[in-house]
Design a protein around this ligand. Structure first.
Ligand code: ADP
Length: 508
């Protein structure tokens, strides 16, 4: 398969389309080494994860080159890919010991006090990770790192559009001399399907349509999964907002990485009293943005779209809006050679238009005037998706109140993406935007583990427990009375006579 620079069309690499047999062989190999990786414990694994962190830091510049070669992103955006991974590595490498430590819960009943109770976090042996093309290094790294930290072996299948950066991650893992518990397979959907068919847990990021296919395949195998899917994130700009900050923030939230971010601002609702001023400021700011193909110097805010198909979706949404009465205040069309689409502000939009209901994943900002907060909330919630949202207001408690009315996995007040950069928080979508959380706090590692319950006697054990075979009425009265006394409330604890009646066949 050939990999292209989307700005120039130049071929920048080729990778094999790996078969189901090759995928199965890779999984067999990973299974061999995983037990040792798990046995090493979180502290042993930390050493390798921090070495990978060093490798990413040492190679950041070169990695940004690779990211740019297959995406034609601005230099700044390309540098964010490895830096994001460095940050997450620091978080999970250092905290994995705490997050995965055995827990010893108190017994629920006095009868349990004779045991030491342990919940152990034991990784799924092989985790399959399937990623999209918008952040070709960060997307894989953000899932690979927690899964490795949890003690799983990992098979990664990156997008066929941008596999080169993911291969660099595997190169880094090999160069630091880490155990062979991380491998990459390349190919398109069939290779991804083969991964789903052979691993023990699937972490997927991509479209809702593919996510549903993966969920179905996982259900057939009874294999657990976590899905991060599409979004149509609303920004709500309330009349008491700092209008300048809201305009700059919404522009960045909608246009960063040319809008090819799962949690990018996809639609904007503005309260009527500030609508005109907000739209003027937003449009003026968007007109100032520079678009083009960066080299190693940051010269542009927007680059090309990652591929032709995505550019065509954006063009279709804009055309649909125009045909139904929307106005383009700036941008609105593809430009030049390559996959550039101008940063675009659309007004006079409504929910009859695809730009307000379907995921665009491009550099468009459709802005709609609303009468008040209630209308903004109702429209924001009028979506099959529920990934994230932002609320812009001068009153933080009002912002939090609105947040709690929104159907979204994350809400940022007076900001965009802030939840993404706070790894202690869950990163996951509601409704058609996903199942489970991708990472976040202890759960971000524990999701890759099966919980194992272990009971260990505290007192010396006798030859037999009193209620083991053979049965007798006396034993039964004793056992049931003890359970009743431990579990019931008030006088009902003293249910010995009921129990005797039951045993004697006189009960109800
Ligand atoms: P997009 O191309 O818009 O990112 P997709 O959801 O089609 O969205 O692709 C995301 C990832 O899922 C890619 O790595 C792709 O190869 C992979 N993929 C596509 N179809 C399947 C499938 N049926 N099973 C597993 N992975 C798939």
């Amino acid at each position: 398969m050939t990999v292209h620079n989307p700005a120039t069309g130049e071929v920048v690499g080729t990778v094999p389309a790996q078969s189901a047999a090759e995928v199965a062989a890779a999984v067999r190999e990973l299974r061999l080494y995983q037990p040792e990786w798990e046995a090493m414990g979180a502290d042993g694994r930390k050493k390798w994860l921090l070495k990978l962190q060093d490798w990413l830091i040492d190679n950041t510049d070169r990695l940004a080159d690779v990211v740019q070669s297959e995406t034609s992103k601005p230099r700044v955006d390309a540098l964010i890919d490895p830096s994001f991974a460095v940050d997450l590595l620091g978080y999970y490498a250092r905290r994995a010991g705490k997050f995965l430590a055995d827990e010893h819960p108190s017994p629920h009943s006095p009868l349990g006090r004779v045991k030491r109770l342990t919940t152990a976090y034991r990784p799924y042996p092989v985790v399959g990770i399937i990623t999209p093309w918008n952040f070709p290094l960060a997307m894989p790294a953000l899932d690979v790192i927690p899964a490795l930290a949890a003690g799983a072996a990992v098979l990664l299948k990156p997008s066929e559009v941008t596999p080169l950066s993911a291969l660099e991650l595997a190169r880094g893992w090999a160069e630091i001399g880490a155990p062979p518990v991380f491998a990459v397979v390349t190919g398109a959907g069939e290779t991804g399907a083969a991964v789903v068919d052979s691993v023990d847990y699937v972490q997927f990021t991509g479209s809702t349509a593919t996510g549903k296919r993966i969920a179905t395949a996982c259900a057939e195998r009874l294999v657990p999964y976590s899905l991060e899917l599409g979004g149509k994130d609303p920004a709500i700009v309330l009349a008491d907002a700092d209008i300048d900050r809201a305009a700059y923030g919404v522009a960045f939230g909608g246009l960063f990485n040319s809008g090819q971010v799962c949690i990018s601002v996809e639609r904007v609702y503005v309260e009527a009293p500030i609508y005109d001023e907000f739209v003027d400021k937003l449009t003026a700011h968007v007109r100032e943005l520079r678009q083009g193909a960066d080299g190693r110097e940051p010269e542009h805010e927007l680059g090309a779209m990652a591929n032709e198909a995505q550019k065509n979706i954006v063009a279709r949404h804009v055309q649909d809006a125009i045909s139904k009465g929307a106005r383009v205040l700036t941008g609105g069309k593809a430009t030049g050679v390559g996959t550039f689409f101008e940063p675009t502000v659309l007004v006079d939009v409504d929910h009859e238009m695809t730009c307000m209901t379907e995921e665009t994943f491009g550099p468009t900002l459709p802005v709609m005037k609303v009468a008040d907060e209630a209308e903004a909330v109702a429209l924001a919630n009028d979506s099959i998706y529920g990934l994230s949202a932002s609320v812009w207001t001068g009153d933080k408690s009002r912002g939090e109140r609105v947040a709690r009315q929104l159907n979204a996995g994350a809400v940022n007040i007076n900001d965009v993406f802030a939840n993404l950069f706070n790894f202690a928080l869950p990163m996951g979508g509601w409704q058609q935007s996903g199942v489970g959380a991708r990472w976040g706090g202890a759960e971000g590692l524990r999701k890759y583990c099966r919980k194992q319950a272990i009971t260990t006697p505290i007192l010396p054990t006798q030859q037999k427990e009193p209620f083991w075979f053979p049965y007798s009425s006396g034993k039964l009265v004793f056992a049931l009375s003890a359970m009743r006394a431990a579990g019931a409330r008030g006088m009902r604890r003293l249910g010995v006579f009921d129990v005797i009646n039951t045993v004697g066949g006189k009960g109800k």
